[in-house]
Design a protein. Structure first.
Lengths: 333, 287
């Protein structure tokens, strides 16, 4: 069952220099109990996508200019700020990259967890505290009852992210959006947090979105992956399929640019880097946005002047390119 | 050069930081051993990858070697000279031979200096060349790192992270050093840009015979770049060896735990790794 259906979402920033098309026509669905990974480099629009869903984009300068966000049968783009407040933290919750700055340093953990319960359910103080202890136990924080009285600085980075997860879980949301949840953490702590999220998703049958720049994190957590580039989805497929048969030249290049930890080619001299850098989103290239950096782009195929459609190349595998790997002809040198 | 041919020889390096407590009247209540008896060699033209998690003391080790902070004890022999015993002037002279590239190209370049001035500053400080041949040298350096020399009159904020890191590398190269300490040189960069900078560092090593101490938390980055690896935790080196040995046949359980915790871009391997990782979970807690 789809809990979230995003259709042709466009979030633009109206700045003095021009209109920045940060998110420019993206569509996807998230199923209950499944994880969608959104992967891309900085500035590709992955975080703006998440913030648009939550109604947290700064208005002005940003505005959702087109598209719909259908969440549990209602279009959130038509909601007022008041209506959104009832959804946020209750049916849809989010955790952020930096657990250092997303908790309030001047409030005890107890206050920060119970305020959610109070806001959405009007819990009495005793009930809220009891529930808060349960939540901390659920995210495996030892001595939960005692630790409720602590301030955030008494927790390590990993423990703080656990607290954030506890707050996000407080109202048993249907959808959890995790925006770079482990980027600020050490690898060993990252592994623990990813395990915890996986466990919670299964237990609560939540839909989950993991937004990350790290292909490894996606490989570990997601059922389906959408690769974003310059405000658009360029490739989308079931995770195993995407890693086995990447089609878009950008996805291929991104995987090729990753330093490898294991396998035969770790000692290979050079990494395959991608020349150039992502386009300016005020005046993106009129054709394929990856064309200026793409080794396969050429003038004959309209790569440079027509934007390719996101089209199925195999069942469930979408790609936005005229030269996906599966259709590429061996060009005589 | 030292007896065994190593360019850099570090022996039993220690750095203690005092921890102060008390309000108004501060007292040193205890010390933290950030670096706790670290020893290693780096041969000329080679790369040692120093890996560890945050707080392991890897950056402090790098700073101690360059004498950017004063080590509490231990010996650092560089080109046969004991750095810890050098006077100010001699140290200044040695500094031409050892440079550093920092993690964050956003904060390590002075925003009020042009790119050209940033790269020429080390030349001025050490009184190398006339104004005119310094300008030529700056253009040459920028060209070497793949930064358009025509932009040398512009300011750092006009460039992307990758371009800025190239400027940082050009500055480090200015005095023809033999050793460069690279402290998380690509951690702040996107994957596609990361590859460009790592390739650049490799090319420069090949062309100029540079010796690197590569400090990083990213085990995959270190793997492809390093000849030897040292794994640090809590100020100590737990394991050293060739890159292949440490990664393929790790001796220490902590190294194994660390390696299995890294997500790899292969969903099938990920499932197997998760099982290995579960088995080693206690190691992280106990080490």
């Amino acid at each position: 069952m789809a809990i979230l259906e995003v259709k042709d979402l466009r979030t633009h920033f109206f700045t003095r220099e021009g209109v920045v098309k940060a998110v420019d026509g993206i569509s996807f669905t998230v199923e209950a109990g499944k994880t969608l990974g959104i992967v891309g480099e900085s500035g590709c629009g992955k975080s703006v996508t998440a913030l648009s869903l939550m109604g947290l984009i700064p208005k002005p300068p940003a505005r959702i200019v087109e598209g719909s966000v259908n969440f549990l049968g209602r279009d959130l783009t038509t909601f007022s700020e008041r209506q959104l407040e009832d959804v946020r933290g209750r049916e849809m919750a989010m955790i952020f990259q930096d657990p250092m700055t997303s908790l309030n340093p001047t409030l005890r953990i107890k206050t920060q967890i119970t305020e959610v319960l109070d806001r959405h359910y009007g819990y009495s103080k005793d009930d809220a505290v009891r529930r808060a202890v349960e939540l901390l136990e659920e995210v495996q924080i030892p001595r939960a009852a005692e630790r409720l009285r602590d301030y955030p600085h008494r927790f390590s980075g990993g423990m703080r992210q656990r607290v954030m997860i506890a707050i996000a879980l407080a109202c048993s949301p249907k959808l959890l959006i995790a925006d770079e949840p482990t980027t600020a953490l050490d690898v060993t702590v990252q592994a623990e947090i990813l395990d915890l999220l996986e466990e919670l998703r299964r237990e609560h049958e939540m839909g989950m979105m993991i937004i990350t720049h790290d292909m490894g994190v996606v490989a570990e957590t997601a059922d389906e992956v959408a690769v974003m580039y310059a405000g658009q989805i360029v490739e989308q497929a079931e995770t195993q399929e995407l890693f086995d048969r990447p089609e878009h030249p950008y996805t291929e290049a991104l995987l090729g640019a990753l330093p490898q930890l294991e396998g035969e080619n770790v000692r290979e001299g050079r990494l395959r880097s991608i020349p150039g850098r992502p386009p300016d989103l005020i005046a993106p290239p009129p054709g394929c946005r990856f064309a200026p950096r793409c080794p396969h782009a050429n003038l004959q195929d309209g790569c440079v002047d027509q934007l390719p459609e996101l089209r199925p190349i195999r069942p469930g595998h979408l790609v936005r390119s005229r030269h996906p790997a599966g259709e590429r002809q061996m060009v005589p040198a | 050069m030292s007896e065994n041919g190593a360019l850099l020889q570090v022996r039993d390096l220690r750095k203690e930081f005092p921890v102060k407590s008390g309000f108004l009247i501060e007292r040193v209540s205890h010390t933290v051993n950030a670096v706790d008896g670290v020893s290693f060699d780096i041969a000329e033209g080679k790369t040692l990858g120093l890996v560890g998690e945050s707080g392991s003391g890897k950056s402090t080790t790098g700073y101690c070697i360059l004498q950017l902070i004063k080590p509490t004890a231990g010996s650092i022999r560089f080109k046969g000279e004991e750095l810890t015993e050098l006077g100010r002037e001699e140290l200044r002279r040695m500094r031409r031979e050892m440079q550093i590239v920092f993690q964050d190209p956003y904060s390590s370049l002075d925003p009020r200096m042009t790119v050209g001035d940033i790269v020429s500053e080390p030349l001025e400080v050490h009184g190398v060349g006339t104004r005119r041949n310094r300008r030529g040298r700056v253009r040459e350096l920028l060209d070497v790192v793949g930064f358009n020399p025509d932009y040398s009159n512009r300011y750092p904020h006009e460039f992307s992270g990758g371009q800025r890191q190239r400027v940082g590398v050009a500055r480090a190269l200015a005095l023809n050093p033999s050793l460069i300490v690279c402290d998380e040189p690509v951690s702040a960069l996107d994957v596609s840009i990361q590859a460009q900078i790592l390739n650049l560092l490799k090319d420069l090593q090949r062309d100029f015979g540079l010796t690197y101490l590569l400090i990083s938390h990213d085990l995959a980055v270190v793997r492809g770049m390093s000849d030897h690896i040292a794994v640090m935790k809590d100020g100590k080196i737990l394991e050293t060896g060739t890159a292949d040995d440490v990664y393929e046949r790790p001796k220490h359980e902590y190294t194994r735990a660390l390696l299995t915790a890294v997500p790899v871009p292969d969903p099938r391997r990920m499932k197997e790794r998760r099982v290995e990782r579960r088995k080693l979970q206690h190691v992280i807690a106990e080490t």
